[in-house]
Design a protein around this ligand. Structure first.
Ligand code: SDX
Length: 379
């Protein structure tokens, strides 16, 4: 392998063939299984979309009913998982709690039959059903409360908000949250999906696949940026401070959180929809002070960095939506994870179809033939 073929961050290097999602980063187009995101966001639900992503087509009425039923049935988590979570430090980050809990599922469902479609379906259902329960459980546990059991009468998004707040959610809030999940469900070869695929390629169990992806999603350059955005908006504090803040950041060569993307060179279509969802919530529940700061920042970044193709990405407006829904900032990335489980599972299933272990090459730049120096001779 030559230095010429080396691309840091594997930029532009195809790592797999996939029919799950398509991005046109110049025109700001995103499709799941060939269907435009905007169509799904207005007409579908997260669960129906998850089915589409994992199994390749929209479910029939019967398939959807049975899928929703199975998800409801598997929402509860074992008391031992809850007890394990009670041993986690309350000060720990929810993404660390989620990664550990997702991996722990593998202890309980250890049978591995990767060539059995029923095993694949059951594992996918378990993960989609239990991850939200685990996220909500950790939130209650770290506040010193007992987790709330899932509510069988509520659909996916409403049930999550209920488990988190112990109150029946407002209808608009539940629909907006469901659309948020749908928007975050899948995004081609992003870092966490790649991580999931590398793990999957060893033919390990799906719980390890999801746990490794959760760990990867948490970083501030990836899903963790949604938390950093809110912290940044708070730090900016006022519309007047936006431009001086930006100048200082750019002078220091710091990245502006929630902006830029490896593939999109225009505004991320998900950011546009999320901004619209935020506005719907503001109309009903009151405007957020940080929204004006966000709008001014988007404008200022466009003026300074638009020529470089740096625009808001998915993480820029999502936090404002979650904040309005009453979700604490340090849970934002866990919400992203709940949604992305669908995409990770779709890639896991696709990967198993034509698996070859990921084992890229490296360009060795170290030394050769060095003598070993015994400790007492080292200076
Ligand atoms: C997600 O891949 C996916 O699909 C991810 C995701 C998904 O759904 O899975 O969309 C979710 O991870 C969204 C991204 C969240 N991260 C952030 O918001 C963090 C801030 N953004 C960046 O650090 C950055 O834009 C990345 C990590 C998103 C992309 O990194 P790249 O492609 O490696 O780009 P780069 O860092 O090499 O930047 C290229 C140029 C540089 O300038 P030059 O040195 O060429 O002059 O653009 C500049 C960068 O300095 N740049 C930024 C910037 N992002 C890029 N400058 C200031 N602020 C930024 N945010």
């Amino acid at each position: 392998m030559s230095v010429d073929t080396y691309r840091p961050g594997l930029e532009g290097v195809p790592a797999a063939k996939s029919s799950i999602s398509y991005i046109d980063g110049r025109q700001g187009i995103l499709e799941y299984r060939g269907i435009r995101l905007e169509e799904l966001a207005t007409q579908s639900t997260f669960l129906e979309t998850a089915y589409l992503l994992i199994w390749g087509q929209l479910p029939t009425k019967e398939e959807l009913k049975s899928f929703q039923h199975d998800i409801r049935y598997h929402r509860r988590i074992k008391y031992r998982i809850r007890d394990m979570m009670k041993c986690f430090p309350e000060s720990g980050h929810p993404m660390d709690a989620l990664q550990a809990s997702a991996a722990a599922l593998g202890l309980f469902y250890s049978r591995r039959a990767l060539d059995d479609p029923i095993y694949i379906r059951n594992a996918a259902i378990r993960l989609l059903a239990k991850i939200p329960t685990m996220v909500a459980a950790f939130q209650l546990i770290r506040q010193g409360n007992d987790p709330v059991q899932p509510c069988d009468d509520m659909d996916y998004a409403a049930n999550f908000l209920y488990m988190l707040t112990e109150r029946e959610p407002d209808e608009l809030a539940a629909r907006v949250f469901d659309v948020c999940l749908l928007l975050h469900a899948e995004h081609s070869m992003n870092a966490s999906t790649f991580s999931a695929m590398v793990t999957a390629s060893t033919l390990t169990d799906p719980y390890a696949v999801i746990a490794s992806a959760v760990g990867t999603l948490g970083g501030p350059l990836h899903g963790g940026a949604n938390e950093e955005v809110l912290t940044m908006l708070e730090e900016i504090g006022s519309v007047e401070n936006v431009r001086p803040y930006l100048e200082k950041k750019l002078e220091n060569k710091s990245k502006i959180m929630g902006f830029g993307h490896r593939v999109y060179k225009v505004k991320d279509p998900r950011a546009t929809i999320l901004q619209n969802l935020a506005e719907q919530l503001f109309e009903k529940f009151g405007r957020d002070v940080y929204y004006d700061i966000a709008i001014e920042l988007e404008q200022a970044v466009e003026e300074k960095l638009g020529a470089k193709g740096i625009y808001p990405n998915v993480d820029f407006y999502s936090g404002l939506v979650y904040r309005k829904l009453g979700i604490p900032t340090d849970m934002f990335t866990s919400i992203f994870a709940i949604a992305r489980v669908a995409g990770w599972l779709a890639h896991w299933k696709e990967q198993l179809g034509e698996n070859r272990i990921f084992r890229p090459a490296q360009l060795y730049v170290g030394m050769h033939d060095r003598p070993y120096i015994p400790p007492k001779e080292r200076t």
